[in-house]
Ligand binder design. Structure first.
Ligand SMILES: [Fe+2]
Ligand SMILES: [Fe+2]
Length: 331
């Protein structure tokens, strides 16, 4: 059992060396540099294990909490077809949570512990899921922008040095690309509809644009964990590189929809072939991470209630497993 505390609050340094020898660390780095996958039973530095537990569990929690803003519209989807698609999407997110909790468990942390850390507030999840979904267009904007940003982040993770995480990401990314398309298709439909529908789509873009850019995390200069994660090939691109890729891909999509990205300073630089944008309001990001976003309290309350409501299922499963074990011991 892995018992060390998770570095969720960034209080301890995940790159701080453990009791490993220089030779062990060098041999490990040689394997990483040779693009070998590290598997669950392989030797690894304690800080590598800690970093992965933090990242994978945070990712799993984001998938599970991320079901809430969209779940909010399941009973109000505008048609049976829209409802069936959204239901499938939300169920996919539950599945992503399950693959990721399983991947984290291969590092010796129990799912119970990870869930306990989420519920106590010790573990974090993506800041984006603390924003409300006020209209049906938000479901389109989330699929297009939030799942779109998730894909940018996750495609390089298919090549992550830790085998179980990288393999989980391959399937997750296939499903995320369906999510992104379903969201964009909702936006396309709204933008081709009445003036009121188009205004709804614009309003959703206005509210989700900046929080989506924040999903990539702080600027490189202020990102605590990036350099070591890059050296270990857990991360392949920096936060700012991924954010730039996302902006470059997404702005033309907004133009195709006939929508305006809510940034007066947004412009294409012919020389660099990248879009330039105004500064991100990092204070908002840090406030949301600290628990003061519009929906943090509500998200956690709902999650705690789900955990309490499901207690009888876990208890029944435990008693059943005990009975089965007793019966096979007696046989
Ligand atoms: Fe997902
Ligand atoms: Fe998704």
């Amino acid at each position: 059992m892995y018992t060390q505390g998770l570095d969720q609050a960034g209080k301890s340094d995940p790159a701080k060396p453990g009791p490993e020898t220089r030779e062990q660390l060098d041999a490990f780095q040689t394997r990483i540099d040779a693009e070998e996958k590290i598997e669950a039973k392989d030797w690894m530095p304690e800080a590598y294990r800690r970093t992965l537990v933090r990242q994978i569990s945070q990712h799993a929690h984001s998938e599970i909490i991320g079901m809430q803003p969209e779940g909010n519209w399941l009973t109000r989807a505008p048609s049976l077809k829209r409802k069936a698609i959204l239901l499938a999407k939300v169920q996919d997110e539950a599945g992503h949570g399950l693959y990721l909790y399983s991947a984290a468990e291969t590092l010796g942390v129990s799912r119970d512990q990870m869930v306990a850390d989420l519920l106590s507030g010790k573990a974090k999840y993506s800041s984006i899921f603390n924003y409300p979904t006020l209209s049906w267009a938000d479901i389109g904007a989330i699929g297009w922008l939030v799942d779109g940003a998730a894909i940018m982040n996750q495609i390089p993770l298919c090549r992550c040095s830790y085998g179980p995480y990288s393999r989980a990401m391959i399937r997750v990314c296939k499903e995320e690309s369906f999510h992104q398309r379903q969201g964009y298709e909702i936006m396309l439909t709204l933008c081709g509809g009445t003036a009121e529908q188009k205004a709804m789509a614009q309003d959703a873009l206005n509210r989700f644009w900046w929080p989506s850019l924040m999903m990539f995390g702080p600027n490189d200069a202020n990102s605590t964990h990036s350099a070591q994660s890059m050296a270990w090939k857990i991360k392949r691109f920096s936060n700012d590189e991924l954010r730039q890729k996302f902006i470059d891909v997404t702005v033309p999509q907004a133009e195709f929809l006939g929508l305006t990205v809510p940034d007066d300073e947004l412009r294409y630089n012919e020389e660099t072939e990248h879009y330039e944008h105004s500064d991100i309001d990092w204070q908002e990001f840090f406030d949301v991470i600290a628990g003061n976003g519009p929906c943090n309290k509500q998200r956690m309350e709902k999650r705690r209630k789900a955990q309490d409501d499901g207690a009888w299922v876990r208890e029944a499963a435990r008693v059943y497993a005990e009975k089965k074990a007793a019966a096979s011991a007696a046989a």
